[in-house]
Design a protein around this ligand. Structure first.
Ligand SMILES: Cc1ncc(COP(=O)(O)O)c(C=O)c1O
Length: 412
């Protein structure tokens, strides 16, 4: 194996796919002089094409994935004091909007292997204040939707999908993002497609699509003959510059995702039989689309676990993130100290006895985070990269095992 393989990075051109398609559309926008989304054509075309691809009736573009989650909650008219069940293992942009709606995030534990919430963990957190559950498909790996949907129907809970990491992932042949009443996606730099910053919501509901559009435009309905600020809303609009890049990207999405999945399968095969690591499992009837490539590290076999493996891999030219996030959301200061609006303690103050969650009460989070190691993954990774990564992982584990079996005090 050559030592000079440089892996693609999602942070720059090596791992991203911007070409003449993006340039042409961007130039069209500049030459038109219309950079404002509601007056232009690119954002609207992006919405139409991504909705057609996903198979939803509507998509509504916004300025980020966080804005998409917020817009989805606002479209559902989530209000103060309502409880929203969600995962503590996600980007904060998937959680903070709950608090901005005055609602209360209630954390469900995750499966220790996929780090996804399950029907069982959600069921444990349902109360008479539960209004919705946010189903986040972590790393682009689908949650088990059948039991989650059954539970939501039985308990009359709204399903909102956070598909920010899960473009074109599938569950029983249907795209992720089409199971809930509404879904949120992100177009931030690292996602399967990107325009730097951006996002959108997807829904089949006329009412939710309309509310999303108006809410993300300061409550102002441009499409009405007698527009007014109908309700409280923010400016989460997407600009035509973002829309142009997003439109070019959506046209490449299917091919890029197919490539991601194909090369990820090669890496899975190459890692098969490597003692001490195993790719995060994917449900039989699901297709994961690998926002990143997560591995489970067995600390009994790999001395030092994910952190030691990440350190060793770095010295061998493979960058990775041990544990994905340092700790579950409820352990962040924002939650521990309830730092929200001034000194108000709002919206926790609406709750009465909001729990101070402890990691020990989340065994799935504890085990999952302690064993996961996340490798960057892009549409530019190829078979050579997959082979290189597998070889380096094997070498790194061998080194760690050898180091740990050396008598103390001796080195080299
Ligand atoms: C699952 C999830 N939800 C929400 C977000 C927020 O998206 P953005 O960073 O575009 O605001 C992200 C972004 O990383 C995410 O991964």
């Amino acid at each position: 194996m050559s030592t000079d393989v440089v892996l693609p990075s999602e942070r720059d051109a090596s791992g991203r796919s911007f070409g003449p398609e993006e340039r042409t559309l961007l130039l069209e926008v500049l030459e038109s002089g219309v950079l404002f989304g509601p007056n232009g054509t690119k954002v609207r075309a992006f919405e139409a094409e991504i909705a057609a691809l996903l198979g939803t009736r509507f998509a509504r573009a916004v300025s980020s994935g966080s804005a998409a989650v917020h817009t989805a909650l606002a479209a559902l008219d989530i209000g103060p004091g309502e409880e929203i069940i969600t995962t503590p293992i996600t980007d904060m942009g998937g959680i903070s909007p709950i608090l901005y709606q005055g609602a209360i995030p209630v954390f469900a534990d995750v499966d220790p292997e996929t780090l996804n919430i399950t029907a069982e963990t959600v069921a444990q957190k349902i109360s008479n204040r539960t209004r919705a559950v946010i189903v986040t498909h972590l790393f682009g790996n689908p949650c088990d939707m059948d039991p989650i949907m059954k539970l939501a129907t039985e308990r009359d809970i709204v399903l909102l999908e956070d598909a920010a990491q899960a473009y074109l992932a599938e569950y029983r042949g249907r795209y992720i993002g089409t199971f809930g009443r509404i879904a949120a996606f992100s177009l931030q730099q690292t996602k399967q497609i990107t325009c730097g910053e951006g996002g959108f919501v997807a829904t089949d509901s006329d009412r939710l699509a309309r509310r999303a559009r108006v809410w993300a435009d300061k409550g102002w309905n441009y499409e009405s003959e007698a527009p007014d600020h109908e309700f409280l809303g923010l400016n989460y609009r997407m600009s035509e510059l973002q829309g142009a890049v997003a439109l070019a990207q959506v046209r490449k999405l299917t091919a890029m995702v197919e490539h991601r999945v194909r090369v990820a399968e090669i890496l899975r095969q190459r890692l098969d039989g490597v003692a001490g690591v195993r790719p995060v499992p994917v449900l039989d009837h699901a297709v994961a689309t690998y926002w990143r490539f997560p591995l489970l590290v067995d600390s009994e076999i790999v001395p030092g676990g994910p952190a030691a493996l990440a350190g060793e891999l770095k010295s061998l030219g493979v960058w990775s993130t041990p544990n994905y996030i340092r700790y579950p959301a409820f352990m962040c200061r924002q939650f521990r100290e309830r730092v929200t609006f001034g000194q108000s303690d709002y919206p926790y103050s609406l709750h009465g006895d909001y729990p101070q969650e402890r990691l020990d009460d989340f065994p799935g989070c504890k085990t999952g985070l302690a064993s996961v190691l996340v490798l960057p993954w892009t549409e530019r990774h190829n078979e050579t990269h997959a082979a290189f990564i597998a070889e380096r992982v094997t070498e790194a584990i061998d080194r760690l095992v050898q180091d740990s079996s050396r008598p103390p005090g001796r080195s080299g």
